[in-house]
Design a protein around this ligand. Structure first.
Ligand code: PEP
Ligand code: MG
Length: 879
């Protein structure tokens, strides 16, 4: 027997209850469910997604037998409602809607009032004693049917409407009298005939058949196909069709319509939240022509309905165990439910609702952990814009959403200016083409950072994220004139006194001060995090290079430091001078002298970090960036440096020229520095060892892990490991330390060759940490600092779905990671492996890390909670 094609829902029976969503679509299933739990749903029926599939398989033909089944369902509907399709006194009218298993924009719009024709419109006028209402419904049907089913241009109907309004000398649709609407229906039928070559179908069943075909047709419009492609929606048979009897909220002052959430979607408060309009249709609420009233005001209008709605809330939440977003209509004092679905909410609300539902025993803790989108936690940790203010703001341009949060301030164009103006009490947005370590003080002074080049792993992005500071990078439409202290964007020029707002979560730059709200850490947040920790198996560490950041990350639950970038420790004024003289030195002896001056600073920093981390592992990376990054780029600064060091400015210039590289990212950096200048490694390792010894003496546990960056061949690691071990031994001997030292030595895996030869490398490593920033850069061949120039085009033209520097490219780069893991563990079974690229705080990348068997992820302090939750979800999903 052929499969059942039509599922009825109504008082007599609800056939779709408990059927798969894939068969009835989300909307169809919810209508059936609502009916089955006794809610007042206008009856109707759903044509399955299988029928859509058959329609396409048969070359766009409705399967035989379908219209018979539809006919039977119509009969049932007529009986239940005591109305008749096309009737001249009490006609049955229906709406037709699409509805796939996944909600999908781009599919067919709704058709309302189907069933009206020249005769039944008179019938409707009689039944409602309202001719104007009946003809208004008829003209809406002809218009919608023309637009949606026949693909006519809406404008053609508008011309006819304008003529009628002119004739009756009115400006508003609602002022046209019944007589005028009657004439309008005639005119619309003419327009329809003119453009389709056919008469508007008078037979309601013919209207229905054409509408069903149109819904199926909309499954494969370019927009819908594209949407499925982008969202990765596969394996769906097609869309269902929902045919439902009409109810009207515009039948007078005892009628109305509304939309509501069963809980407050902004705060999560367990209070019905929504609005309604008296004597109006659903689209009036959405269109915003009239201002609706809050549902809390409803008792003044109709106490009984309000009470009934509160009952509906309870029934729905008990059934779905989830906050619902509903649509309802009141027709002449009777409440009808038209739709329910899971309600969208803010991060703050998501956490509260999940915890409350556990308290109310509607869900368990595991389910609560699954209910919150990890990225939504950002709203609890960082400032954000108020939604209404945000929606009303003028967007100037869009860059890369490099570090989330919200910032409002006036532009400053150099780091010094940012610092000075901040100290004078201004809120500053630092606006630079790109930032370099030289700008760190200005970045720290600013409330937000905007750059016109660079991407999600650029200096600005990495530093800002570490501090939880808002940053928009690579906003290539912003032209910066540092000298004149102004920026130009799309024809607007802004100076030091113009306020701008940055949305680091979307990458948008807005004009003026957009109102912000402070983050709120609630007891519910801590509760949810505790539950998450019970499920996750991945450890979560942080990327931090100061005791303050380490402490904050621990407060957020970090279980160690996965990456301490030591280069960030060299930039304070009393240190950079020694770093620079080390770089300028031509002889090893002079270099060692300068390094000796840096050693106490490093030792003190490490001691501070070990103390803050109290025995948790601290992965310290040896010096990584190319040396030119430590030297000033501008002539004035070079002169200043020359005076300070007592050398000639021309010598400095010469050294800078000598250090110039065509491609510094692929140049003399990472472990290559230690190969050429082993004394730098020695100083750093000595500082680490001494710091550990000092801690040991004070009974503070220290657990350093020394990490060698940018290794591409095992020989680099073998050689440098030897030097590290030698230095540790020498330091211990010099200090005559006899206690235990727990120092391991490992490497970053961030060069494709390192992944391919990970077995050889593992022989010399105690641990691996994937540096997926460089790995992505080298796998794609995209410069991480220049991606801002072309990424928007790549996203817009859908060459890339997401920025691969933000979310790990699992298809390509992911293969390298997997290979690195497999090969590494083939040589050393228990090899500890983590990730410290920026992907360590991205939920889908965290899920990937869980699946390929990493031991930990490491991310900036503010993303630690996000990673904890994402890791728990990964463990639950993959268990
Ligand atoms: C990486 O390359 O992924 C990494 C963490 O190092 P950095 O960003 O400092 O190059
Ligand atoms: Mg790197």
């Amino acid at each position: 027997m052929a499969n059942k094609m039509v599922y009825y829902f109504g008082k007599s029976k609800t056939e779709g209850k408990g059927k798969p969503k894939a068969l009835l679509g989300g909307k169809g299933l919810n209508l059936a469910e609502m009916t089955s739990i006794g809610l007042p749903v206008p009856p109707g029926f759903t044509i399955t997604t299988e029928v859509c599939d058959q329609y396409y398989k048969a070359g766009k033909q409705l399967p035989s037998g379908l219209m018979d089944e539809v006919g039977k369902a119509i009969k049932k509907l007529e009986k239940e409602l005591d109305k008749k399709f096309g009737d001249d006194s009490n006609p049955l009218l229906v709406s037709v809607r699409s509805g796939a298993a996944v909600s999908m924009p781009g599919m067919m719009n709704t058709i309302l009032n189907l069933g009206l024709n020249d005769i039944s419109t008179e019938g409707l006028a009689k039944a409602t004693k309202n001719e104007r209402f009946a003809y208004d419904a008829y003209r809406r049907l002809i218009n919608m049917f023309g637009d949606v089913v026949m693909g006519m241009d809406h404008h053609q109907f508008e011309i006819a409407f304008d003529k009628i309004k002119k004739k009756y000398n009115v400006s508003d649709d609602t002022e046209v009298p019944a007589e005028g609407l009657k004439e309008l229906c005639e005119a619309y039928k003419e327009v329809y005939k003119e453009h389709t070559g056919e008469m508007f179908p008078q037979d309601p069943v013919a209207q229905l058949e054409l509408s069903i075909e149109a819904v199926f047709g909309s499954w494969n419009t370019d927009r819908a196909v594209k949407y499925r492609e982008i969202e990765g929606i596969r394996h769906l048979l097609g869309t269902a069709v929902n045919v439902q009897s009409m109810v009207y909220g515009n039948m007078g002052d005892d009628s109305g319509t509304g939309v509501a959430f069963t809980r407050n979607p902004n705060t999560g408060g367990n209070k019905f939240y929504g609005e309604f309009l008296i004597n109006a249709q659903g689209e009036d609420v959405v269109a915003g022509i009239r201002t609706p009233q809050p549902v809390a005001e409803m008792p003044k209008w109709n106490r009984a309905i309000h009470k009934e709605l509160l009952e509906v809330k309870k029934t729905l939440e008990n059934h779905y165990a989830e906050m619902q977003d509903i649509e309802f209509t009141i027709e002449r004092g009777t409440l009808y439910m038209l739709q329910t679905r899971t309600g969208k909410r803010t991060g703050i609300a998501a956490v509260k609702i999940a915890c409350d539902l556990v308290k109310e025993e509607l869900i368990d803790q595991k389910e609560a952990v699954m209910r919150v989108d990890p990225n939504a936690l950002t709203q609890l940790l960082l400032p954000s814009f108020k939604t209404t203010a945000r929606n009303a703001a003028e967007v100037l341009c869009k860059g890369i959403n490099a570090s989330p949060g919200a910032a409002v301030g006036k532009p400053a164009f150099t780091a010094e200016e940012a610092r000075e103006r901040k100290d004078a009490g201004e809120d500053i947005i630092l606006v630079r083409r790109e930032t370099s370590p030289e700008d760190v003080d200005g970045m720290s002074a600013a409330v937000g950072i905007l750059t016109s080049t660079g991407g999600a792993t650029s200096h600005a992005a990495v530093v800002a994220r570490g501090w939880g500071k808002c940053c928009v990078a690579g906003a290539s439409d912003v032209e910066i004139d540092e000298k004149k202290k102004r920026l130009k964007v799309h024809g607007q020029t802004l100076g030091v006194n113009d306020v701008i707002s940055l949305d680091g979560t979307t990458g948008e730059v807005m004009l003026g001060a957009v109102e912000t709200q402070e983050p709120k850490l609630s007891g519910d947040f801590a509760k949810l995090m505790k539950w998450a920790d019970e499920y996750r198996t991945l450890a979560v560490r942080t990327n931090a290079d100061s005791p303050a950041d380490s402490k904050r990350a621990r407060d957020f639950g970090a279980e160690g430091i996965g990456l301490c970038r030591t280069e960030h420790m060299f930039f304070e004024p009393d240190r950079i001078i020694h770093m620079r003289s080390m770089i300028l030195a031509e002889e090893e002896k002079d270099r060692r002298q300068a390094l000796a001056k840096l050693l106490p600073f490093q030792r003190k920093d490490f001691e501070g970090i070990f103390k803050a981390m109290a025995g948790l592992p601290v992965t310290i990376r040896l010096l990584d960036p190319p040396l030119h990054e430590f030297l000033p780029h501008e002539t004035a600064a070079q002169k200043e440096m020359a005076a300070e060091l007592g050398v000639k400015a021309s010598d400095i210039k010469k050294r800078i020229e000598a250090l110039h590289e065509a491609n510094p990212m692929l140049g003399h950096r990472g472990c290559r520095l230690s190969i050429t200048y082993p004394e730098v490694l020695e100083m750093q390792v000595q500082a680490i060892t001494e710091a550990a010894i000092n801690c040991g003496k004070k009974k503070i546990k220290a657990h350093p892990e020394i990490m060698i960056p940018l290794v591409g061949t095992y020989k680099e690691l073998a050689l440098l490991r030897g030097k590290v071990e030698e230095t540790i031994a020498k330091t211990v001997a010099a200090k005559k330390f006899e206690g235990d030292l727990d120092i391991s030595i490992g490497t970053m895996i961030e060069i494709p060759r390192a992944c391919l030869t990970a077995d050889e490398i593992a022989e010399h490593a105690d641990f691996f940490s994937f540096g997926t920033n460089d790995l992505t850069q080298m796998a794609f061949g995209y410069s991480r600092d220049d991606i801002g120039g072309f990424l928007p085009d790549y996203l817009e033209q859908e060459i890339l779905d997401v920025d691969p520097f933000q979310s790990l490219d699992q298809t390509g780069v992911g293969q390298l990671v997997e290979l690195g893991v497999t090969k590494g563990r083939s040589a050393k079974k228990a090899l500890k492996i983590g990730i410290c690229g920026e992907h360590g705080g991205d939920p889908s990348s965290v899920e990937f890390c869980h699946r390929v068997g990493l031991n930990y992820v490491s991310c900036s302090p503010f993303r630690v909670p996000i990673a904890r939750l994402a890791a728990a979800q990964a463990a639950i999903t993959n268990s």
